[in-house]
Design a protein around this ligand. Structure first.
Ligand code: ZN
Ligand code: ZN
Length: 348
């Protein structure tokens, strides 16, 4: 299952990876896979939950930190770990030092990304959860269009969207909702503030829902009345860039390709420097995961991957536009899973 010719055993500590392997959704757990056993370690708070959720792994309840408990267990049982792969990018230095001290003599090797690789292509069951999350987010945006928005604060709007999504069946939101209005929309990650939304502005809303831990990610940029010509123009440029990029989301294509296409379009329109971030990312148990749709990405797209396509254009002191959809890489063509209209929608 975990393919790494250099390692004999694995210590998995990144919680989304632990969840992917075992089904455990709690906040503390470590997986140990040796040639002879598959074990899951957690503390007593999760005894009942682990018994219910964990499939295919022997559950061991240990005191305190599950990684420390796992390492001490391995030593006391004289488990043969051989070369042990661990997740260097997912472990604090302090916990690594502890691990090295307890597993003295064990050859620890960085096996970063080994589970993430398995997570790239989504099963039918995973796709179904992501689709449900997309429908929940779509419905919340539709509900927003029926609300009075001008005169309310960005925080009011964020809370409205959050409560509609939670009532609509979403689990914990994968990230804090971005509501950035007026000049603040030029901040690509402008979390909602107390700023009151006025007429004739852009409002960027970036949010996601989750179902059984699986996320979606969608951004729409709204207008609260007639816009200055320049802002209308940048909206159209971003929309065209997204359309072009979506066509490049095909199995076998380099993940850098849609980014190149979108960036080329925005640059040709004279705004190369105003599109600073990458085009998109994978979505699954994490809102941001591989594959990376970025200029320097070395990933290749494959059927069953779920990714975002989110070009943006941001002009300081004036405003910004981003349009983002969650997209399933189909066997032939891309399937856009978030379906809220992409044309400029007016909010009251
Ligand atoms: Zn987003
Ligand atoms: Zn995103």
């Amino acid at each position: 299952m975990l393919a790494c010719s250099a390692c004999d055993s694995f210590l998995i500590t990144h919680l989304p990876n632990v969840r992917y392997l075992t089904g455990f959704s709690g906040s503390a757990g470590t997986v140990l896979i040796t040639p002879r056993q598959k074990l899951f370690f957690t503390d007593s708070r999760y005894r009942l939950q682990a018994a219910k959720q964990v499939k295919g792994y022997g559950v061991r309840i240990v005191p305190g930190d599950s990684l420390e408990g796992c390492a001490r267990y391995a030593v006391s049982r004289r488990l043969k770990l051989g070369v042990a792969g661990y997740e260097a990018g997912r472990l604090s230095h302090k916990r690594f030092l502890l691990l090295r001290r307890i597993l003295r003599g064990v050859n620890l090797r960085d096996a970063s990304g080994i589970v993430e690789k398995l997570r790239l292509v989504k099963s039918r069951a995973e796709q179904a959860k992501i689709r449900r999350a997309c429908r929940i987010a779509d419905a919340a945006l539709a509900a927003l269009t029926r609300q009075q928005v001008t005169g309310k604060s960005e925080e009011d709007v964020a809370w409205f969207l959050e409560s509609v999504m939670r009532k609509g069946g979403s689990g914990a939101l994968p990230f804090v909702i971005i509501v950035a209005s007026g000049p603040r929309s030029a901040m690509p990650h402008g979390a909602a503030t107390g700023r009151v939304i006025r007429k004739g502005e852009l409002v960027v809303v970036d949010m996601g829902a989750s179902v059984d831990g699986y996320c979606c990610d969608i951004t729409r940029t709204f207008a609260t009345g007639p816009l200055p010509a320049r802002l209308k123009q940048i909206y159209n440029i971003v929309r065209e860039a997204q359309e072009l990029a979506l066509n490049g989301v095909r199995p076998g294509a380099p993940a850098a390709e849609p980014d190149r296409v979108a960036r080329g379009h925005i640059k040709a329109a004279g705004y190369g420097r105003e599109f600073g971030h990458s085009l998109g990312h994978g979505v699954g148990l994490e809102a941001h995961e591989g594959p990376w749709l970025a200029a320097r990405s070395r990933d290749t797209l494959a059927a069953g991957m779920t990714v975002t396509v989110e070009p943006g254009l941001y002009i300081e002191d004036q405003g910004g536009v981003r349009i983002e959809d969650t997209v399933l890489v189909g066997s032939r063509s891309p399937l856009v899973l978030t379906s809220f209209p992409r044309q400029l929608t007016l909010l009251r």
